[in-house]
Design a protein around this ligand. Structure first.
Ligand SMILES: *[C@@H]1O[C@H](CO)[C@@H](O)[C@H](O)[C@H]1NC(C)=O
Length: 185
């Protein structure tokens, strides 16, 4: 019990904003024969989990394939009227399953899972990231991405259904703000 409390204290900063789920990460089905090259380009965040109400709006990510087969990642958002960007690298972590990417935004940070559960490359993508904490509980993130700043409600509903069918709880998923993004900040 004491050990458990220490563990909880250690990881509390990570799980602060979210709901930890007991048990190990789910093992969702990922996009078969994932094609990293086709996934490159600009994706807008349409919906996300967990809810981070105070975060920026107009969140988007631009992936560019590099010669070494990894991808350069530039994410941006408008926060308090300012455009903020961060750059990182995405790699295929599991050669046997290229849909299991990892992304790192710093040389000192480990790669966090960035799994493409499903995508048609041209309209939408479902992305999931889950980290086990000693297999006692897990913290996760899920995104619905679009090639445009909005997606039909049916596409979003279907995306949520896919997450749910993979034992991922998206009941608290919220829509991302993508309004007024192409005007002045
Ligand atoms: C995405 O990145 C590529 C390569 O750096 C760049 O040429 C392109 O203009 C970027 N697209 C957007 C929408 O930022």
């Amino acid at each position: 019990m004491k050990a458990l409390l220490v563990v909880l204290a250690l990881f509390l900063p990570i799980i602060n904003a979210q709901v930890p789920h007991w048990g190990p990460c789910p093992e969702p089905v990922t996009q078969p024969a994932f094609n990293l090259k086709q996934f490159m380009g600009r994706w807008f965040e349409i919906a996300k989990l967990p809810a981070q109400f105070e975060r920026g709006r107009c969140i988007e990510t631009n992936f560019t394939l590099k010669l070494d087969g990894t991808a350069h990642v530039v994410s941006s958002e408008i926060l308090k009227g300012e455009l903020k960007t961060i750059e990182g690298t995405a790699v295929v972590e599991d050669k046997r399953n290229p849909a299991k990417l990892g992304i790192s935004f710093s040389y000192v940070l480990p790669y966090t899972p960035y799994w493409i559960l499903s995508t048609d490359y041209e309209n939408s993508a479902l992305v999931y990231s889950c980290t086990d904490v000693l297999r006692l509980f897990h913290v996760d993130f899920a995104w619905i991405l679009g090639r445009t700043r909005s997606l039909p409600a049916a596409t979003i509903d279907h995306g949520k259904e896919v997450f749910t069918n993979n034992n991922i709880d998206v009941s608290r998923m919220i829509l991302s703000r993508q309004q007024g993004c192409d005007k002045d900040l």
